[in-house]
Design a protein around this ligand. Sequence first.
Ligand code: MTE
Ligand code: MO
Length: 257
Amino acid sequence: MILRRRNLLAALPAGLLLSGCDSLASNPTLKSIVGAGEQATYRWQRLVGRDGLAREFAASDISPVFKMNGTRRPTNPEWQRLEAGGFADWRLKVGGLVQRELSLSLADLARLPQRTQITRHDCVEGWSAVGQWTGVPLGSILKAAGLRDGARYIVFLCADDYGGEASKGGLQSASRYYESVDLVDAFHPQTILAHQLNHQPLDAGHGAPIRLRVERQLGYKQAKYLMQILAVDSLAPFGSGKGGYWPDRGYEWYAGI
Ligand SMILES: Nc1nc2c(c(=O)[nH]1)N[C@H]1C(S)=C(S)[C@@H](COP(=O)(O)O)O[C@H]1N2
Ligand SMILES: [Mo]
């Protein structure tokens, strides 16, 4: 149970904590998905900055235009039907290695404690934008679901599919956009399921109705159009097994900045 483990970690002397992180960074599953240089970054960030916060900015720093990138409007008929209904029928399914599966509406999410943060989004294509995001900390949703022993990653399945014919392959088709994080990032205080950008409900371009913000990593980790999140012990069953649509195509899984 994750809560117990986290409390335990908080109580441990620093030396033990380091060896805990060390074993995490050298575990075989992680080794199979991250390259050597990336593993060094991952280890470093996990050793020194487990709970370090990404920089937050002032309202005056917010970019006048927050560029859109990747999918601007999923062609998935199910997503389009949900959008036409103002996402009243949209549900975020939470499953996998959890004690209680959840199905959360936007109203359910609105009832949970919210966090607002002004952060800089960095895309590997060479642009950045500062925006204010409001949403529900992912950790509170995972606590409500209760992680089961063995859960190591959280996988985010999105509505958009790069393969065309969106409905054909289903949520786990090889061209479906998806992403994943480890449990340190999943429970990080700035990791939120955002439903607002700059005080407005997310528009289609920015990931309506909900997108992930995982602020210590690059733009492609910020999965838009969330449909389902899964707690898993392995990333192998998803896509080509590298933990994300872009990681499957050669980008680093741990895109620390
Ligand atoms: N579902 C989904 N999420 C996605 C993408 C995408 O194409 N589909 N593109 C990623 C990339 S590369 C970036 S830079 C950001 C862009 O987010 P924005 O359109 O809100 O600027 O979303 C990321 N998340
Ligand atoms: Mo990006």
